[in-house]
Each structure stands twice: as structure tokens, then as C-alpha cells.
Design a protein around this ligand. Structure first.
Ligand SMILES: [Ca+2]
Length: 391
């Protein structure tokens, strides 16, 4: 269950109605069945005009105490209230993407409007299958849309060495019953942002081909996105696919350059945030398996080849989960402990440093900052969020 501090939604700037998710407690804390610290909760959703809120449209989080619905956090029979945030998740679904998808679908105040698949770790057909299978484990029916099948100018280079041949740790899961929608992912990205101006949180977990293509076709969507959380890049540090670059940006650097300079309110969550003590140790992985839920099993089983690659190739202390860390930042922005906005550019011409994300930390280029760089997160809180979502 969300706590007060997790009610961080900003009010949309233009919609007439807000979707509220209301939860009524049905038991006491000793009968806890929800993922965190509360009793069983029955949720239902209503739509009410923003005019009924007690404060005007504001860029600041809405004070929880001002909600016009009674609540009492100490009373097991209280009401829970969430203003639903609308997410689009763009993903090249492989093993760590799958964990991030689980997290978004387990988060009480998030409504995933669409999952859009992009070429990346695996071909789009395999990524689509992996996303649909993950949704089935989540018992969700979020619409999935197939997107761009190759980078804008370059050939595909898959990451099977890390994620396995199927992208899911060579688990070769059964074919999902769910099917993708017929519309193209890029059309859906444009239409969904335009029909929800100021309301969409875009979370990108793969190469930025779909997003760049959408921006080329409809550049006006850049200013209509509330927030874009990008798993990608390495902020002036070592890469994971070359010494200079992180995989998602390296695969399609031209797309990344378009997105970075689009004017979108973007936050760069570099892969380095999942390293060192943010990695899951073998003991922590074993603890998660002990949760004995379907989602925990999927999350750890499909990351077995990734775990081996982390230990053997990257000399990591455990499993680095770049996409779930980015999702945690999207779900709970307050886990960020240090961030700043800088001019950030992407290298597209050099073979040696292709896909490098160059952050002008000192402002020596004297150019307008375009990207919020996330420098650090509270590692314990990131892991707590992950555990909560997998229990
Ligand atoms: Ca990914």
C-alpha cells in the first residue's frame, strides 16, 4: 500500500477529470494480504472533475490531507485514495524489462495505458511475446503494440549474450494466450500523448527508436509529456557494451539524439545506477525466490543468464537490474538522492565512442540544459520497492 509520501502525482494541466482509485480496507493489519503494510484492500475507480479538488491546478504534489475523502492511516478500516498516473512503457522486453513491467502493474497509483515494443535486446516479435507472457503472469491485459523492427539508420544488434537466446534467460516460456493489438506502437504513442496532454509518464526501457520516430512525425508531443524517464546512457562513466556507451543508446544513437534534443522533460537513468550495491546479491536473489509468488519466480528465473553475465563478464557483486531501477525512479521519484539538469549530447559519428552520453557537468559549452541526469538513488529504498512488487 502506498504511504503519504508516495502520493506524488502532479495534476494534469488540461484534462477535465481525474481518475481516482479508491481502496476500502476489509480487514486488519494482522490479516495483511496487500504487498506492503496494510490489510486487504478492495479497490475501485471513479472519475471526478478536477474542479472538485480543493486546490487549483498546481505543479506541486497534492497535499494528501486535502483530499476531500475521509481517511485515517492508523485505522484499519480507512479509505485509500490514489490519483492514477498514466504510464506508457516503451520496452525491448527481455529479462530485466519483464521485472520492470511487473513493478508498474503492481503499483497502486499507476495505470499502464500501453506497452509499446521496440527492437533492442531481442527482435520485436520476441519482445512482444515476452511482454505478453509477463502480463499473463501479472494477470493483466494491458494492450501491447508492436513498434519499430530496427534502429533508424543501423542494423539490429541483439543482447542474447546477456539475456539469453529468448531474452528470458533461455527459459523458453510457453506461447502467451494474449495477442498484440493491430495498431503500430508509434501511432499509439502519438495518439495517447495527444489525447492525454500533460498526463503521460513515458518510461523507456529500450533503444529510443519508437520515441524518436514519434517525435519526428509529431514534434508537438514533446511538450505534452508530463515526464519521460529514460533507462539509458552512462553519465560520464564507463559503458556496458563498449567502454564509452550503454546498450540502449549505443544500439540507436541517432534516435537517442533526437529524443534528447526534443524538448521533452526527460530524466536520464544511466545503467551505472544499477551497479555496485544496487545489484542484487546471490543472497538477495535467494530471498526473493523465497517469496514464492509467480512474479518473484519469473523475475529471478528469467534473469539467470543475466546474473551469470553480471558475475562473470562485468565482475559485478550480483544481478544489475537497469530497467527496474529506472522503473523505481518512475514509480517513486523520491528515491533519487542527487540529480541536476545539464546539456547532454549523444555521440553518433565516432566508432570508438558511438552512443556515449556526454554530460556537460561544468557548463563549459554554455548550452541550455536539456536532460535531468540522475546521479544517485537510495539503494535500500530501490530494493524495498522491488521486494514489495514481487511479494
Ligand atoms: Ca530493456
Amino acid at each position: 500500500m502506498l504511504s503519504k509520501e508516495q502520493i506524488t502525482d502532479k495534476k494534469p494541466v488540461s484534462s477535465k477529470n481525474a481518475t481516482l482509485r479508491l481502496g476500502k480496507a476489509t480487514g486488519n493489519r494482522q490479516q495483511a494480504t496487500d504487498s506492503d503494510n496494510c490489510c486487504a484492500v478492495v479497490f475501485f475507480e471513479i472519475s471526478i472533475p478536477y474542479s472538485l479538488f480543493p486546490i487549483p491546478h498546481s505543479p506541486f504534489p497534492i497535499p494528501y490531507s486535502l483530499f476531500p475523502i475521509p481517511y485515517n492511516l492508523s485505522d484499519p478500516n480507512h479509505w485509500y485514495v490514489h490519483i492514477m498516473r498514466k504510464f506508457i512503457i516503451d520496452t525491448d522486453t527481455a529479462s530485466d524489462d519483464a521485472v520492470a513491467l511487473i513493478m508498474a502493474h503492481r503499483w497502486a497509483d499507476v495505470s499502464v495505458e500501453a506497452i509499446t515494443i521496440v527492437n533492442g535486446n531481442v527482435p520485436v516479435a520476441q519482445g512482444t511475446k515476452n511482454a505478453l507472457y509477463t502480463l499473463e503472469i501479472c494477470q493483466a491485459t494491458t494492450p501491447v503494440y508492436v513498434g519499430c523492427a530496427k534502429p533508424m539508420l543501423r542494423e539490429s544488434i541483439y543482447a542474447t549474450w546477456f539475456h539469453g537466446e529468448d531474452g528470458m534467460g533461455n527459459m523458453h516460456y510457453k506461447e502467451p494466450q494474449l495477442q498484440p493489438q493491430s495498431e503500430h506502437a508509434v501511432d499509439v504513442i502519438i495518439d495517447t500523448i495527444k489525447s492525454n496532454p500533460g498526463e503521460i509518464t513515458l518510461v523507456t526501457l529500450g533503444p529510443l527508436t519508437n520515441i524518436a520516430t514519434a517525435l519526428l512525425r509529431a514534434p508537438e508531443i514533446a511538450s505534452l509529456v508530463q515526464r519521460c524517464v529514460i533507462m539509458g546512457g552512462a553519465a560520464n562513466t564507463v559503458g556496458n557494451v563498449t567502454p564509452a556507451a550503454e546498450y540502449n543508446i549505443w544500439v540507436d544513437p541517432e534516435a537517442a539524439k533526437i529524443v534528447f534534443h526534443s524538448g521533452m522533460a526527460a530524466e536520464m537513468v544511466g545503467w551505472e545506477l544499477s551497479r555496485y550495491n544496487a545489484a542484487l546479491t546471490p543472497t538477495e536473489i535467494a530471498d526473493i525466490v523465497q517469496f514464492n509468488t509467480q512474479t518473484a519466480r519469473l523475475a529471478m528465473d528469467c534473469n539467470k543468464t543475466a546474473t551469470e553475465a553480471c558475475l562473470q563478464i562485468q565482475s559485478a557483486p550480483g544481478l544489475t537490474l537497469a530497467d527496474p531501477v529506472a522503473m523505481a525512479v518512475a514509480l517513486e521519484p523520491s528515491i533519487v538522492t542527487n540529480k541536476s539538469k545539464y546539456f547532454v549530447d549523444v555521440e553518433t559519428t565516432s566508432n570508438l565512442t558511438r552512443g556515449a552520453t556526454v554530460v556537460d557537468e561544468l557548463g563549459v559549452l554554455n548550452k541550455t540544459p536539456n536532460i535531468t541526469v540522475i546521479w544517485s538513488i537510495n539503494v535500500q529504498r530501490w530494493k524495498d520497492i522491488l521486494y514489495r512488487c514481487l511479494r
